[in-house]
Write a protein that binds this ligand. Structure first.
Ligand code: PFF
Length: 460
């Protein structure tokens, strides 16, 4: 069986975790929740809920060394059918996310071309009009791309999909590990350069951003922030959808599980904070409001790059969106891999054949979500008043991900024998840490996730 090297595993899982979520979701959720105190809350939740579930999924993958659908049922004799259904749901959830996630990476690809062309219309108004007028133009460019330019969106979607499918077809070592070995360090270096630029070029924006993100102000924290932080931790750590289970099935026996887990979580948080610092430096430098919703990346940043002048702005813009493309692609391949692994293992077919089947489905569902934003088309197939893409995101991230996360936590906490877990983990962690983890995975993590779900399904 093909196995990741120790470093390859950390890079691949970090590649999965660090994605579009870090760049657009993390900054805007932090912005909407008042900044630094929320970051602390997020860190606390990563520690108490995220890491325990991560280790739980790792143990399911490692003990079963199987694809996620059969991993659960391989480890128990009771209710096999039920656990198989849990495994299948998590694989399917990942697949649903992959379909629209690739569409959004397509938007990032388009913004690389926009940056190369100096941001067109946006650069015309960047310096002449007032900030709010310029922002309206930038917003208009994004909205008209989404609602009218279906052809460009489709081309970008196919380009990204073809790239991702090609990488996954090369397998764990030749494709996924190799890609991450290049892309993750490149992403880090690109972000470092951008951060250095933000620090040197800003006149006060950087220190304001650092204060906003790093000096706690607890007055904005409420119960809802707690739940938001939990949802963010789930999404950014790629939990609940078979990714960690699948990658861990190919984890080397001699890897140190606890160290690998902390490395991944550390890298994920570090990159989210770096992206946050870069984005908020621009925001504060130009006096833009920090709480703007998901538009931060696609509406504010292009405007801010355009304001930086044609050479620097183009370089920074291309650099940023290329970094985001890398981050998105490494996440997308991690979401496509579990279903591929399942089909290859279960039906004994080649990777190429499995990917043809999955790719065909992704084209259909991906195009349906892409067209759901196009005016004159998307209105015809709304579900519960939501566009198809938003509906998929709602069902996958607010319902299926947490459900599968609870399933994994309960399975590890109450179904897998404790002896097996001790045998797996005690060589890698002190007994006291094991005991704390065991309490978290049995009680604290499921309780918190149920709270998220209640919040998601009955928004106040
Ligand atoms: N963690 C990725 C991000 O933050 O963009 C998104 C993601 C990847 C979600 C893999 C779920 C997943 F299984």
């Amino acid at each position: 069986m093909n196995r990741f090297s120790k470093l390859g595993y950390v890079l691949a899982v970090a590649g999965s975790a660090v994605g579009l979520g870090n760049a657009w979701k993390f900054p805007y959720v932090v912005g909407n929740n008042g900044g630094s105190a929320f970051v602390l809350l997020y860190l606390g939740i990563c520690l108490v809920v995220g890491i325990p579930i991560f280790l739980g999924e790792l143990s399911i993958g490692k003990l079963s060394e199987s694809d996620s659908v059969n991993a659960f049922s391989k480890l128990t004799d009771k209710f096999k059918g039920f656990w198989k259904a849990v495994g299948f749901t998590s694989v399917l959830t990942g697949y649903i996310i992959a379909c629209y996630y690739v569409v959004v990476i397509g938007w990032v690809l388009y913004y690389i071309f926009m940056a190369l062309g100096g941001f067109g219309d946006i650069s015309m108004v960047a310096n002449s009009a007032s900030f709010s007028e310029a922002f309206d133009t930038s917003k208009g460019v994004f909205i008209s791309f989404l609602t009218q330019n279906w052809l460009m969106q489709t081309l970008c979607f196919f380009a990204v999909l073809a790239g991702c499918v090609f990488i996954v077809s090369r397998g764990i070592i030749g494709g996924i590990e190799r890609l991450n070995t290049y892309m993750m360090p490149s992403l880090f270096i690109l972000l470092l350069v951008m951060l250095a630029y933000s620090i040197s070029a800003s006149s006060g924006g950087f220190s304001e951003a650092a204060r906003f993100l790093l000096v706690p102000n607890f007055s904005k924290i409420n119960f809802n922030s707690f739940l938001e932080a939990l949802g963010l931790a789930f999404f950014t750590m790629s939990l609940g959808i078979a990714v960690i289970i699948t990658y861990s099935a190919s984890l080397n026996d001699n890897a140190n599980f606890l160290r690998s887990t902390f490395s991944v979580v550390g890298i994920n948080i570090l990159l989210a904070i770096m992206m946050g610092l870069i984005i908020f430096t621009f925001i504060f430098e130009f006096n833009a409001p920090p709480a703007q919703g998901p538009g931060l990346v696609f509406m504010s940043l292009p405007l801010l790059f355009a304001k930086m002048g044609s050479v620097v702005g183009t370089l920074m813009g291309v650099g940023f969106f290329v970094a985001l493309l890398f981050a998105g692609v490494t996440s997308a391949i991690s979401i496509i891999e579990p279903f591929t692994f399942f089909l290859v293992r279960n039906y004994n077919i080649s990777r190429a054949k499995a990917l043809c089947i999955l790719g065909a489905g992704m084209v259909i569902i991906g195009l349906a979500s892409l067209l759901s934003n196009v005016s004159g088309v998307g209105e015809h197939y709304q579900i519960f008043g939501m566009g198809f893409l938003d509906f998929l995101d709602y069902v996958a991230s607010k319902i299926l991900m947490p459900l599968c996360g609870i399933g994994a936590a309960i399975f590890v906490g109450f179904v897998i024998k404790r002896d097996g877990l001790e045998l797996l983990f005690l060589p890698h962690m002190p007994k006291a840490v094991f005991e704390i983890w065991y309490i978290c995975i049995r009680f604290i993590a499921p309780a918190c996730v149920i709270a998220v779900m209640i919040n998601a399904l009955w928004p106040r």
